[in-house]
Design a binder for this molecule. Structure first.
Ligand SMILES: *[C@@H]1O[C@H](CO)[C@@H](O)[C@H](O)[C@H]1NC(C)=O
Length: 137
């Protein structure tokens, strides 16, 4: 399956969430606005269980490439946070197993096929993953 079939795929997961893919590549800021207007926001993963759900989706659909998720770095302090829930990132799944650090880091985060996270220039245009709670708790 190619990326276009992934947009149509709705994942029903144990946390009662749906993940959708944005229809056109956008900068991180544009994707942030799009996901907020049309869904709950950009995707976030608070732990291993949620990470595994997302990986499973990426793996079964066989998509390649990168997708924006709700990861943002403070340009002053250097910590990474989940924009959708306004929480500092604790559990992580960065490529190379460590968070990208200032001053060399880019300030926006994406997930790659296979499930690893990486920092990228926020102006890059990528499709994004949005999340929607079907039964918010
Ligand atoms: C998804 O694929 C990657 C790369 O092959 C693998 O490392 C990872 O364990 C897989 N994740 C799941 C949940 O199957």
């Amino acid at each position: 399956m190619g990326p276009s079939s992934l947009w149509l795929l709705l994942l029903l997961s144990p946390r009662d969430t749906r993940i959708t893919v944005t229809p056109v590549p956008q900068t991180w800021e544009e994707a942030f606005d799009y996901c907020k207007e049309n869904h709950r926001g950009l995707l976030f993963m608070r732990g291993k269980v949620e990470q595994t759900e997302v990986e499973t989706l990426l793996n079964v659909t066989g998509v390649t490439g990168r997708f924006w998720i709700g990861l943002r770095q403070s340009r002053l302090m250097g910590f990474w946070f989940w924009t959708t829930i306004d929480k500092v990132v604790h559990y992580h799944n960065w490529k190379d197993n460590r968070p990208p650090e200032l001053p060399l880091s880019h300030h926006c985060g994406a997930i790659e096929a296979g499930g690893k996270w990486r920092d990228l220039n926020c102006k890059m245009k990528l499709p994004a993953l949005c999340i929607e709670d079907m039964y918010p708790t």
